[in-house]
Design a protein around this ligand. Structure first.
Ligand SMILES: Cc1cc2nc3c(=O)[nH]c(=O)nc-3n(C[C@H](O)[C@H](O)[C@H](O)COP(=O)(O)OP(=O)(O)OC[C@H]3O[C@@H](n4cnc5c(N)ncnc54)[C@H](O)[C@@H]3O)c2cc1C
Ligand code: FES
Length: 366
């Protein structure tokens, strides 16, 4: 099943650095609700392709939801297809097909003290969080921002402005590899130790994220205050029938190195075939069903029951569909995004989940 996608017009293209561009979209009134987002969420973009019809890629919103903007920021990936296509081709007035905002890399409490970590283009979701927290929240915000060199620092000017506007609340620490070398695990841990009571959001290259995650764990920062976003390319097509997109592609025609998942769950055949007694908590609502036979993954089963469950890639790549298992057990067919600790915490991807037990209780409110 495809998610309903929408074609939006590009209103602005900003050259942030020599290899990164921001792209802003106009969201018409009738789609404002569909495209409402929380800071740290992402859009999924359909990029036309001669080879596959389209390539689907996720891009975090770098704007604050309170600004009224819908802006993504795309950094060229060496030899990458979609990021270079966007940076080379997209201009004001073009249209792009998008899936609505999605993702769980978003603060539950905007008033909390926040420790943000950005590595290169990983700054995109965390600047959205920073902007929102500074505008709407009351806590302190610290950003540790690592880049190759001065020229590759995205949002340098805006970060300076934000610090000037919120000198008591916002601190930015820049780390330049060209000057200081790669940030060491010891240095990251020392830095983090000053803010161990803060809630952490980290996005960047895998070694950077691993060093931050290790430091926070060693500092015994509890799991609910440690969040990370992995940038991976979707392998499949959540947009559905490519034929439907022909008009869009014609218009535009005129013109895995996947992040390692620390521990990927093995693919196995489910050992339980229902019927399952299932209880679900989602957005303050409670559902109970008793005829899931395991012939569909959990997400599809919930959809068949009319539950508006979250999802994006449907491939185990993005974690939009994640739930927490409160009772019972689920088996995932594929997982490119949850690490060992997520799994130990009972987090599962519903788009990949099949039942292993007769009784299951899950919550999306984790
Ligand atoms: C939640 C999330 C948020 C993200 N946010 C951001 C962000 O804010 N900013 C950002 O820059 N990145 C972000 N990313 C990463 C982004 O989605 C892409 O992974 C990144 O831009 C690299 O994509 P790419 O196609 O350029 O490179 P690659 O994925 O490395 O490109 C190579 C791939 O493209 C395929 N390919 C090559 N040629 C073609 C063709 N002609 N047609 C079809 N496929 C082809 C190849 O087979 C190969 O699989 C995010 C990822 C996730 C999951
Ligand atoms: S929808 Fe992306 S992991 Fe399930």
């Amino acid at each position: 099943m495809a998610i309903e996608s929408h074609v939006l017009t590009v209103t602005e293209v900003i050259e942030e650095t020599s290899d990164a561009k921001s792209v802003a979209f106009e969201v018409p009134d009738e789609l404002q609700e569909t495209f409402a987002y929380t800071p740290g969420q992402f859009l999924t973009v359909a990029i036309p392709s001669d080879r596959t019809g389209l390539a689907a890629r996720c891009y975090s919103l770098s704007s604050s939801p309170h600004s009224g903007r819908h802006q993504i920021t795309v950094k060229r990936t060496a030899d990458g297809y979609a990021s270079n296509w966007i940076c080379d081709n997209v201009k004001v007035g073009d249209t792009l097909r998008l899936l609505p905002p999605s993702g769980i890399f978003t603060p539950k409490d905007i008033n909390a003290d926040l420790l943000l970590w950005g590595g290169g283009s990983g700054v995109t979701p965390v600047i959205s969080i920073a902007r929102t927290a500074l505008e709407k929240g009351s806590g302190k915000v610290v950003l540790f921002y690592a880049n190759r060199d001065q020229e590759s620092v995205i949002f340098a000017g805006e970060l300076r402005d934000l610090v000037a506007e919120h000198p008591e609340r916002f601190t930015v620490v820049h780390w330049l590899e060209s000057v200081q070398g790669l940030p060491s695990p010891e240095g990251i841990k020392l830095f983090a130790s000053y803010f161990s009571t803060y809630t952490s959001f980290c996005c960047g290259p895998p070694p950077f994220m691993k060093a931050v995650a290790t430091a926070l764990k060693e500092l015994e920062v509890p799991r609910e205050r440690r969040h990370q976003e992995k940038f991976v390319s979707l392998g499949g097509n959540p947009f559905g029938n490519v034929e439907e997109l022909v008009a869009f592609e014609e218009k535009l025609a005129e013109a895995d190195d996947p992040t390692e998942a620390d521990d990927v769950a093995p693919t196995r055949t489910p050992t339980f075939a229902g019927p399952v007694s299932l209880e679900v908590e989602l957005d303050g609502k409670h559902y109970a069903f008793d005829d899931w036979d395991g012939s569909q993954v959990l997400l599809e089963y919930l959809e068949s029951k009319g539950v508006d469950a979250p999802f994006s890639c449907r491939e185990g790549n993005c974690s939009s569909c994640a739930c927490i298992v409160l009772e019972g057990e689920l088996e995932m067919q594929h997982n490119d995004v949850l690490d060992a600790e997520d799994l130990a915490d009972g987090i599962r991807l519903t788009c990949q989940a099949l039942p292993l037990t007769e009784l299951l209780k899950i919550s999306y409110n984790g």
